[in-house]
Design a protein around this ligand. Structure first.
Ligand SMILES: Cc1cc2nc3c(=O)[nH]c(=O)nc-3n(C[C@H](O)[C@H](O)[C@H](O)COP(=O)(O)OP(=O)(O)OC[C@H]3O[C@@H](n4cnc5c(N)ncnc54)[C@H](O)[C@@H]3O)c2cc1C
Length: 443
């Protein structure tokens, strides 16, 4: 159920010679930005080097989660939750959004303290989040095995079907007049009069006033070609889904080594939640210093690999001629292989924690390459060095849920409107102006 370069091309409209805004990247961030820009009456071209939602945006767990968010992200995520509630009606298609809550299980004193702190933050924001006793967890999740101290649930949190939702948003964009082109890499920008004046795509040049870079794991490479440093690395995460089974829990839940959510097809999306792999590349060295803190925090969860699995491989070029093939065309869709060792561990966790699911067939497994920043929160900002360029990237493993509100904000930044939230934490300049790097919560 993931999208890849094997999926049919569904958007291949001719390139216009000129438009108002070019959005680079057809993931959830680019698609939602295009939706709001077109809603404001602007002419929009949305280009993806591969497929709409081919990378992270069809491969994620589908959690639409306010719970556990960074304090600065929370108001934006609460807006996004409201947008998700009305999204199907807005775009005219079901996106699988259902509100059955996100539940975290506390298996250590530190987990419980984190949950208590979270509930205080949620309460300050008027968001209902409830601490649960061990018995309350047992009654909500009767099949779950283990010793836990308690847990926390945010009932208004939800889930959606990523591989359906993002293509549906793209179809709605097309309905609003957005020109969408798959298999169309944007190789670089053109500038004139000290600002963005157009893009060069593999299919030709398009003049425009503004560009939104929503390139997911590729944004650092794109900006690098313009001489702009964006510290961003990737980690691979393996996921699987079960065949349809009896509904033992309708929402999303996570304990120490297992995360799961109910799917609309009657199965469960499951993942280990506490393991990811980082493929060492030149960027690992280039950005080692800003990432040291987050690496220390997640050391026990990170497996280092030498398999060239990062975008662009071990060491990619930061310069390419705009009239020749770029790295974006050489790797249309990042489609990493799920890790067999992680799959084995996942099967063991299922047997230990959810015996009811242990014998169930895992009908599909896949992996996704998560793009992350040193402080695990995105950049949502104008790029000062190039007026007309706006960056929405680095969503660090939690961009699906926040996508609709992030898209609304990015569209307002393009138009020079007030964003409606304090975006200080998401400034691009924080990585270059000496600001301390303060990693937010990862899950
Ligand atoms: C396994 C996994 C589980 C996750 N679980 C969750 C979850 O439960 N909840 C949640 O909120 N988030 C989750 N996430 C994170 C979430 O999926 C991402 O944060 C989000 O999808 C990022 O969206 P994006 O649009 O920024 O990037 P992507 O979806 O990666 O899209 C970027 C697009 O840009 C295109 N592109 C790049 N460069 C160019 C170029 N030069 N020209 C044209 N196109 C270009 C790419 O082809 C790609 O399609 C998870 C991620 C993974 C991988």
């Amino acid at each position: 159920m993931i999208l890849s370069d094997q999926s049919p091309v569904t958007h291949s409209e001719p390139l216009p010679p000129a438009t108002d805004v070019v959005v680079i990247g057809g993931g959830v961030i680019g698609a939602c930005t295009a939706w709001y820009l077109a809603g404001a009456g602007l002419r929009v071209l949305l280009c993806d080097k591969g497929r709409i939602a081919g990378e992270q945006s069809s491969r994620n767990w589908g959690w639409v989660r306010q719970q556990g968010r960074d304090p600065a992200e929370l108001p934006i995520m609460m807006e996004s939750n409201r947008i998700w509630q009305g999204l199907a009606a807005d775009i005219g298609e079901d996106v699988g959004f259902r509100q059955h809550g996100v539940l975290y299980i506390a298996e250590s004193r530190e987990d419980s303290e984190r949950h208590e702190a979270w509930v205080r933050l949620a309460t300050e924001h008027g968001l209902e989040s409830i601490l649960l006793t061990p018995d309350e967890i047992r009654s909500r999740l009767p099949g779950l095995q283990g010793n836990w101290l308690g847990g926390v649930i945010t009932p208004s949190d939800g889930r959606a079907e990523p591989f359906e939702a993002v293509p549906a948003i793209a179809r709605a964009c097309a309905g609003r007049g957005v020109v969408i082109r798959e298999n169309c890499a944007v190789r670089g920008l053109e500038t004139g009069g000290g600002r963005v004046s157009g893009v060069i795509t593999e299919d030709g040049a398009v003049a425009c006033d503004s560009v939104v870079l929503a390139g997911g794991a590729w944004s650092s490479m794109f900006l690098g070609s313009l001489g702009i440093r964006f510290p961003q690395l990737t980690v691979k995460s393996t996921v699987a889904r079960t065949a349809p089974v009896a509904d033992f829990y309708p929402g999303n839940a996570a304990c120490a080594n297992l995360a799961f959510r109910r799917r609309e097809d009657g199965g469960y999306t499951i993942a280990p939640g506490d393991i990811h792999e980082h493929s060492l590349s030149c960027d690992s060295l280039r950005y080692a210093v800003p990432f040291i803190q987050v690496l220390k925090q997640s050391w026990h969860e990170t497996r280092l690999r030498m398999d060239g699995g990062s975008p662009g491989g071990h060491c990619y070029t930061r310069r390419w001629p705009l009239d020749g093939e770029s790295p974006f065309e050489r790797q249309r869709v990042l489609n990493p292989r799920p890790d067999p060792a992680v799959m084995e561990r996942l099967n063991r966790s299922l047997a230990q924690r959810l015996p009811a699911l242990a014998g169930t067939t895992l009908v599909e497994s896949w992996a996704g390459m998560i793009d992350t920043t040193p402080d695990v929160v995105p950049v949502i900002d104008r790029v000062g060095a190039i007026p007309g360029l706006v960056l929405g990237s680095g969503f660090s493993g939690h961009g699906f849920g926040i996508g609709p509100a992030a898209g609304r904000i990015l569209a307002d930044l393009v138009q020079g409107n007030a964003p409606g939230h304090d975006l200080g934490r998401f400034r691009f300049g924080r990585f270059s102006d000496g600001s301390p790097i303060e990693p937010g919560p990862a899950l």
